[in-house]
Design a protein around this ligand. Structure first.
Ligand code: ATP
Length: 250
C-alpha cells in the first residue's frame, strides 16, 4: 500500500473573519512518507495541523483520511481512525515516570481521563508492552522510571513524540519537534524522526532546514495561507519563489 494517499485535503480553508489563515490548501500525503510543511512565520502551518486533527473546524474544504471524510469529525474520532499528534511538554504528566506516561498514552484518552478524575487506571499487559517497546525505540531505557519532569528538555521532547506513537497511529503529526532543543539534542530527534518514517506516515512542521532537507520525502511550502511550492527537497531548495518568500519578497 506504500505510496497511496492516506490523507487528502481539498480547498481547505480556515478564516478568522475576513482573514484566511489557511486559504484553499490541497494536500496529498502518501502513505509511508515523511511529508514536511515549511514556510515563514504566520504562513498557516500550525492552523493547517489544527484543521487536520480536529482542533479547529475548517470554514471550507474537505479532509479525507484513510478513506473516511473526517472534515466534521471530532478529534477523538480521528485518533480512533489512526491520526495522532505529538503532545506538548505541558501535557506530559510531570510527576509520573516515563513508563507511566507512555502507558497512559497507550491506554488512550480514557487513561488520561481516568487520571484527571483520580480514578484507578487499569494497566493492561498490551499497554505495558507498547510502553516498553517505545522506551526501547526512544533509547530512554536508562530513564524509564524517572519522572518526566526530571528529564532534560531534549528528552522531554523525545517523550512527546513517544506519547503520540503510543496511540499506534497510521499518521503521526509532529509540530516543530526540535523547537527549543539544544544543539546536542537535535541529531537525536532527527535520527528518531527519520527512523519513524520507516514505520509510519509522518507529517512534520519544522523550521530547521538542515533537518527538513535531510529527512523529508516531500516538502510543501506554505506562504500566506496558500501552498506556494511542493516537491522533493532538491526541487524546493532550488525554487526561487521559496527563497523570496523567506526573504519577504514574494
Ligand atoms: P509559525 O511558524 O510562526 O508557528 P504558522 O505557519 O504555524 O506560523 P499559524 O500559527 O498557522 O502560522 O498562523 C497563521 C496566521 O493565522 C497568523 O497570521 C496568525 O496570526 C493567525 N491566527 C492564528 N490563530 C488565530 C486566531 N485565533 N485568530 C486570529 N488570527 C489567528
Amino acid at each position: 500500500q506504500t505510496g497511496d494517499v492516506i490523507l487528502e485535503t481539498s480547498g481547505l480553508e480556515l478564516a478568522y473573519g475576513a482573514f484566511k489563515a489557511v486559504d484553499g490548501v490541497d494536500l496529498r500525503i502518501r502513505r509511508g512518507t515523511i511529508h514536511t510543511i515549511i514556510g515563514p512565520n504566520g504562513a498557516g502551518k500550525t492552523t493547517t495541523f489544527h484543521c487536520l486533527t480536529g482542533e479547529r473546524r475548517p470554514t471550507a474544504g474537505r479532509i479525507l483520511f484513510d478513506g473516511s471524510d473526517v472534515t466534521r469529525k471530532p478529534s477523538q474520532d480521528r485518533v480512533g481512525l489512526g491520526m495522532s499528534r505529538s503532545f506538548q511538554i505541558t501535557s506530559l504528566f510531570q510527576t509520573l515516570s516515563v513508563r507511566e506516561n507512555l502507558r497512559l498514552a497507550a491506554q488512550g484518552r480514557d487513561g488520561a481521563k481516568a487520571l484527571a478524575f483520580w480514578r484507578p487506571v487499569g494497566a493492561r499487559p498490551d499497554h505495558l508492552k507498547v510502553a516498553d517497546e517505545i522506551i526501547d525505540r526512544l533509547q530512554l531505557g536508562a530513564r524509564a522510571d524517572v519522572a518526566a519532569g526530571e528529564l532534560s528538555h531534549g528528552q522531554q521532547r523525545v517523550l512527546e513524540v513517544g506519547m503520540a506513537m503510543a496511540a499506534r497511529p497510521k499518521l503521526l503529526l509532529l509540530d516543530e519537534p526540535t523547537s527549543g532543543m539544544g544543539i546536542d539534542d537535535i541529531p537525536v530527534m532527527t535520527k528518531l524522526i527519520g527512523e519513524l518514517g520507516r514505520d509510519y506516515t509522518v507529517m512534520l512542521i519544522e523550521h530547521n532546514m538542515g533537518i527538513v532537507m535531510s529527512i523529508s520525502d516531500t516538502i510543501t511550502v506554505m506562504h500566506q495561507g496558500k501552498v506556494l511550492v511542493e516537491g522533493d527537497p532538491r526541487t524546493v531548495r532550488n525554487d526561487p519563489r521559496v527563497r523570496a518568500a523567506y526573504l519577504g519578497e514574494a
